[in-house]
Design a protein around this ligand. Structure first.
Ligand code: UQ1
Length: 386
C-alpha cells in the first residue's frame, strides 16, 4: 500500500490506484504482455527496449504528448526555439507498438488492468509506470493568475520550491541565463537578482555547489537558503516566502524507494513519477532505462534481477550562453563524472555537449532504447577505475 500511496501522491492529477475489483464499463477489451503508461522519455525508451525483447505486437503505450524538456531553460533564454522541443508522439513511437491515444484514469494492479479516460479497460501481464509529474502552480496562492500580469521590475526573484521538482538545476540555470541576458543588453546594473531556495545548500553535491557559489559571488547574485515561496501578489509585485527554519514549519520528505519495483512484482516505474531519491532528469531516465531493461529481461527468464540503480543523474548547469558545469552524481551525492577532466569547471565544450550533442543522444539514442546512460563510457574513459 505504501508504494501505491507514493505513486498516488505524485499524481494528484487524478489517477486512481485501486485495490478493489471495480466493475468495468469497458467498451472494448484489450490485452498486452507489456503495457507502458506514459510516452515521455522513460515510456518511449522502455517501449523501444521491450519491443526488442518481446516483439512490437506485445507492447502498448498509453500517452497523449511528447516534449524534450531538457531544452526548455534554453528556450526561455532565447537560445533555442520552442518548436525544437516538441515532436509528435507518432514520430517517437517505436514502429509496430500499439499507441493508445488516451489518458490513464485508473490503475488496478490487483486485477492487472488499467482504465483509460474513454472508459476502455486494458489488461496486462507486466506494467511500466512512466507517467512523469504534473506541475501544480495553483498550490501557491496568487498563481497561476499572476502569470497573466507579467511585470518587469528591478528585482528578479528565482525560486526553488519545497516539493519534488524536475531537474533541480533548472531554476538556477535560468537565473544565470537571465543574468547573462541583462549583461548582454546593458541592463544588469538596474536589476537585483535573487535566488530563494528551500534547500539548505545551493546544489546537492558539494563539488558543484562550491563551483556555483563562486559563480553567484562573481556575478552578484543573492542567494537565500531555506526560503519557500508561499504567495505571489502580482498586483503589488510581491512574493511571500516562509522561512523554513522557523520551528514547526519544516517539512520532512519521505525517501524510501531505491529500486524499480512497486508493491506488485509485475509493476515497474521509471522517471519523474517515481520517488527514486535522485534528481529528475533525462540522464537519470537513460540510466534507469538500461537497468529496468535488464531487470525485466531477467524476470521474463525467471532469473533474479542483478543490476541495481545507483541514482546516477546528470545536470548540465548552464552558467552562461557559452558555458556549462556538467554535474553528474549518484544517490549519495558523490560525483560520477564521465570525462577524465574536472567537470565542476565552467566549460565551453560542455555547453556544446548540452546544446548540440544531447538532443541527438536523446532523439536517436535514448528514445530508441539505444542509450542507457554514459556508464560504459565512464568506465572506459577512466580505464575501469570508476
Ligand atoms: C544523458 O545521458 C542525457 O540523456 C540523453 C541527457 O539528456 C537529457 C543529458 O543531459 C546528459 C548530461 C546525459 C549524460 C551523458 C553524458 C555523455 C555525460
Amino acid at each position: 500500500m505504501a508504494a501505491l500511496h507514493r505513486l498516488r501522491q505524485c499524481h494528484p492529477a487524478g489517477i486512481a490506484i485501486s485495490h478493489l475489483h471495480t466493475s468495468s464499463r469497458a467498451s472494448a477489451k484489450q490485452h498486452y504482455k507489456m503495457l507502458v503508461l506514459g510516452g515521455g522519455s522513460g515510456g518511449i525508451a522502455m517501449s523501444a527496449r521491450m519491443k526488442r525483447i518481446m516483439g512490437a505486437e506485445n507492447v502498448a503505450v498509453v500517452s497523449p504528448t511528447h516534449y524534450y524538456q531538457p531544452i526548455w531553460t534554453l528556450v526561455g533564454a532565447g537560445a533555442k526555439t520552442v518548436a525544437s522541443s516538441g515532436r509528435s508522439t507518432a514520430s517517437v513511437m517505436p514502429s509496430g507498438v500499439k499507441w493508445v491515444k488516451s489518458k490513464v484514469q485508473e490503475i488496478n494492479p490487483a486485477t492487472n488492468t488499467v482504465r483509460t479516460d474513454d472508459g476502455n479497460e486494458i489488461s496486462y501481464e507486466y506494467l511500466i509506470v512512466a507517467l512523469g509529474l504534473q506541475l501544480h502552480y495553483e498550490k501557491i496562492k496568487g498563481l497561476p493568475e499572476g502569470f497573466d500580469h507579467p511585470k518587469i521590475g528591478g528585482n528578479a526573484v528565482f525560486t526553488f520550491p519545497n516539493t519534488p521538482v524536475k531537474c533541480a538545476g533548472a531554476p538556477q540555470k535560468i537565473m544565470y541565463l537571465s543574468d547573462a541576458f541583462l549583461r548582454k543588453t546593458g541592463k544588469r546594473a538596474r536589476a537585483n537578482i535573487v535566488y530563494n531556495t528551500s534547500l539548505p545548500v545551493l546544489f546537492g553535491v558539494k563539488k558543484y555547489a562550491d563551483a556555483l557559489w563562486d559563480i553567484v559571488k562573481q556575478r552578484d547574485l543573492q542567494v537565500n537558503l531555506r526560503t519557500n515561496l508561499v504567495e505571489v501578489r502580482a498586483d503589488k509585485q510581491e512574493a511571500v516566502f516562509e522561512n523554513l527554519d522557523k520551528p514547526g514549519e519544516t517539512t520532512v520528505i519521505e525517501v524510501t524507494v531505491s529500486d524499480f519495483t512497486f508493491l506488485y512484482p509485475n509493476v515497474f516505474g521509471i522517471g519523474d513519477c517515481t520517488n527514486l531519491p535522485t534528481s529528475k532528469t533525462g540522464a537519470a531516465v537513460a540510466a534507469q532505462s538500461a537497468i529496468l531493461h535488464r531487470t525485466i529481461s531477467k524476470i521474463l527468464k525467471n532469473e533474479k534481477p542483478d543490476w541495481k540503480y545507483d541514482g546516477y543523474t546528470s545536470c548540465p548547469l548552464v552558467t552562461s550562453y557559452n558555458t556549462v558545469i556538467l554535474a553528474e552524481f549518484d544517490y549519495n551525492g558523490q560525483p560520477l563524472e564521465t570525462f577524465p577532466i574536472n567537470q565542476a569547471k565552467e566549460r565551453r565544450l560542455m555547453y556544446h555537449m548540452k546544446v548540440d550533442v544531447m538532443p541527438h543522444l536523446y532523439w536517436h539514442g535514448l528514445l530508441r532504447g539505444l542509450w542507457g546512460g554514459p556508464e560504459p563510457y565512464r568506465k572506459l574513459l577512466h580505464l575501469g577505475m570508476k
